[in-house]
Design a protein around this ligand. Structure first.
Ligand code: CA
Length: 293
């Protein structure tokens, strides 16, 4: 199995980047990923003093050229497993997070991961919930920093992008140029501080090219759910976009009208923020609906 190592990272999704590996459709591979700070925070003192510019954050490992992927196709990425490093970090920092003006940042914690639990303190521990924050393909036009989400994927911070999910990304350039980074051992919906437990990881995926079929934005399936994903400057508009995509998806999957689909969304569609931390990037949101077939 090919392994994309941590010395092959970029903070851009760009058609101009040279691929670091080539894989076939159907192949499994491993992405070694840095945390959102690129591994620069080795101590709590680092986490209190090192603040990155947006263009330095969220390094993504890759990009990987998927043979046969062409503009107009979809790249399906099955997240097979997420293996966490032994320790992550969490922090609050000046100017970041929805209640930061009430608080006295910076405050940081290194957080060991032990037997599937995050150890916040000797008395406070909780189960991890590993997920991938940054995953995407190269956009058709200008490069996009991996700090931002968009129709190419990128920094979506959607908790459903976890082991067992099959994420669909619209291919915009030959080979797709897939890259992955910014794993969290755990991240609350909304990522309200601007971070979760940021941690290096090894993400094992299988890629498959779905020829001649594409939706305009990323969406995913889990064993139980269909999930659509929106992004927009305002959270309400990100939810609206994910809702519109879900109406289209349900209409197609269930052979009903979009009006009927919207009734179903009202009855069982669950909207949640992905990231809405007001960090100068778009908010993201998802709408989930139970898989019916
Ligand atoms: Ca993120």
């Amino acid at each position: 199995m090919q392994r994309i190592t941590r010395d092959h990272t970029n903070c851009l999704f760009s058609r101009e980047l040279a691929p670091v590996a080539t894989v076939e459709s159907g192949e499994e591979l491993v992405f070694e990923t840095w945390d959102a700070a690129g591994g620069r925070l080795k101590t709590e003192a680092d986490a209190l003093s090192l603040f990155l510019k947006p263009e330095q954050a969220n390094p993504a490992s890759g990009p990987v050229f998927v043979r046969g992927a062409q503009t107009g196709d979809t790249l399906a990425v099955d997240i097979l497993s997420i293996k966490l490093a032994p320790r992550g970090h969490s922090r609050i920092k000046p100017g970041a997070g929805v209640i930061i003006s009430e608080l006295k940042p910076p405050v940081a914690r290194l957080i060991p991961i032990d037997n599937g639990e995050a150890i916040f303190s000797p008395t406070i521990r909780f189960p991890v919930r590993p997920m991938v924050g940054v995953i995407g393909v190269a956009p058709a036009g200008e490069a996009v920093a991996s700090y931002y989400p968009g129709p190419h994927g990128g920094n979506m911070d959607i908790n459903d992008v976890a082991a067992g999910a099959r994420l669909h990304l619209p291919v915009a350039v030959a080979g797709a140029l897939l890259a992955i980074g910014d794993v969290h051992a755990s991240m609350g919906d909304g990522e309200l501080t601007g971070g979760g437990i940021d941690i290096p990881a090894e993400v094992t995926v299988r890629v498959e090219v779905l020829k001649g079929w594409q939706r305009p934005r990323p969406w995913l399936e889990t064993p139980d759910l269909w999930v659509t994903i929106g992004n927009a400057p305002a959270l309400a508009d990100a939810i609206r976009q994910a809702t519109s995509d879900m109406a289209t998806l349900l209409a197609e999957k269930l052979a009903i009208s979009r009006e009927e689909a919207f009734i179903l969304i009202g009855a069982r569609g669950d909207a949640r923020p992905g990231q809405c931390a007001e960090l100068g990037m778009d908010a993201t949101a998802r709408v989930a609906f139970p898989r019916l077939r």
